[in-house]
Design a protein around this ligand. Structure first.
Ligand code: ATP
Length: 356
């Protein structure tokens, strides 16, 4: 089922939670709603589900206005962060619940229900736990059971609100991969809310970035990471180095230096700009033999695995707040050793990729 959200506005008292949000989710897509806490992700999900009403705007399901449709008529399955399994019921009964409460006309016989529940438990690879109670499961297992329960009623849309939020990092990672695989098998239009960049970029077909009730950008994980549309997006999606300067021909003038960038802009020379590069898009070169790049002092070198993170402060130039500019560069540990980089050393930072 496709979902269209048109010009949705929602306020709680004076507080604007959603500000004219319009989005299009094609059938079968797995979409992440990503943004900081309080940006309106959950509110949007609840409006799509019919658990909350908007002040204005429309939700269309397969092209039809869903406003008048009750939650149960929207064919939507939910999974929330705090697994809402019934504690007094076994895994089997939790998954069977939705099938047993269906209206009388559609109700399945007990053997039919049992067959379906075992199919679903096999799908989430937990059939062997069918007679356990939720308290006897791990967090990750509970989430998979919650998903099996949501799938039992054959939803046309799956809405997942921070489905793995309460779990530890390792289990989260496993479940992310598992969700992606499951989605590839079932192709149910799915929207999941997360405030975790890595989770959104790793799992989703498309990412919707939200900030303060507005949509900042929609795109594939690659698009939003490599071509962030707004300063908010590039700041939110991982570490970023900012270069405050002015347009100068094909490059930008930062302090005394002209840095080349890889974006085509129509900006006139002299226009103030903030260019940016990810830590792996910066290189560190020798201070005395090179004369390009931004002069900086190495403050700290942190090594983990095969990589090193190098924190530096610019010797000349400041950011817009008048503070010394800080940079973060990612190099392999071997490069750090080969170039004799050490804390306190003065070097030059040269971007290999710089975007405006
Ligand atoms: P989080 O990641 O923290 O869950 P979110 O992006 O999902 O955040 P929402 O839960 O949609 O954010 O909330 C958006 C804003 O609306 C928040 O500032 C929240 O305090 C406010 N809000 C949400 N529901 C209500 C309500 N029922 N009454 C008043 N304010 C609300």
């Amino acid at each position: 089922m496709s979902i269209q959200v048109k010009n949705i506005n929602k306020s709680f008292g004076d507080f604007v939670a959603l500000d004219n949000v319009s989005l299009d989710f094609p059938t079968g897509e797995l979409v992440a709603l990503l943004g900081p806490s309080g940006c309106g992700k959950t509110t949007l999900l609840r409006i799509i589900a019919g658990l909350e009403t908007s002040d204005s705007g429309q939700v269309l399901l397969d092209g039809d206005d869903a406003s008048a449709r009750h939650v149960r008529e929207r064919q939507v399955g939910f999974v929330f962060q705090h697994y809402a399994l019934f504690r007094h019921m076994t895994v089997f009964d939790n998954v069977a619940f939705g099938l047993r409460v269906k209206n009388k006309k559609e109700r399945l016989s007990e053997p039919e229900i049992a067959k379906k529940v075992h199919e679903l438990l096999n799908l989430v690879q937990l059939d062997w736990l069918h007679d356990r109670f939720p308290a006897q499961l791990s967090g990750g297992q509970r989430q998979r059971i919650a998903l099996a329960r949501a799938l039992a009623v054959e939803p046309k849309v799956l809405l997942l609100d921070e489905p793995f939020g309460a779990l530890d990092a390792k289990v989260r990672k496993e479940l992310r991969r598992w969700l992606r695989k499951l989605h590839d098998e079932l192709h149910i239009t799915s929207i999941f809310v997360t405030h975790d960049q890595e989770e959104a970029l790793e799992v989703a077909d498309r990412v919707v970035l939200m900030n303060k009730g507005k949509v900042e950008q929609i795109g594939s994980p690659d698009e939003v990471y490599e071509k962030p549309a707004t300063p908010f997006v590039y700041g939110f999606l991982g570490n970023v180095n900012l270069f405050h300067g002015r347009v100068d021909g094909d490059g930008i003038q930062v302090g005394e230096h002209n840095l080349q960038h890889s974006t085509s802009t129509n900006l006139a020379s002299g226009t103030p700009v903030v260019a940016f590069a990810r830590p792996h898009e910066l290189d560190i070169v020798d201070y005395s033999t090179r004369h390009d790049g931004v002069a900086a002092k190495i403050d700290r070198i942190l090594s983990f695995g095969v990589n090193s993170r190098i924190e530096l402060s610019a010797i000349e130039g400041t950011n817009n707040d008048g503070l010394p500019q800080h940079f973060e560069v990612e190099l392999s540990k071997a490069e750090v050793v080969n170039r004799n980089l050490s804390e306190g050393l003065t070097v030059r930072i040269v971007p290999s990729q710089l975007k405006v």
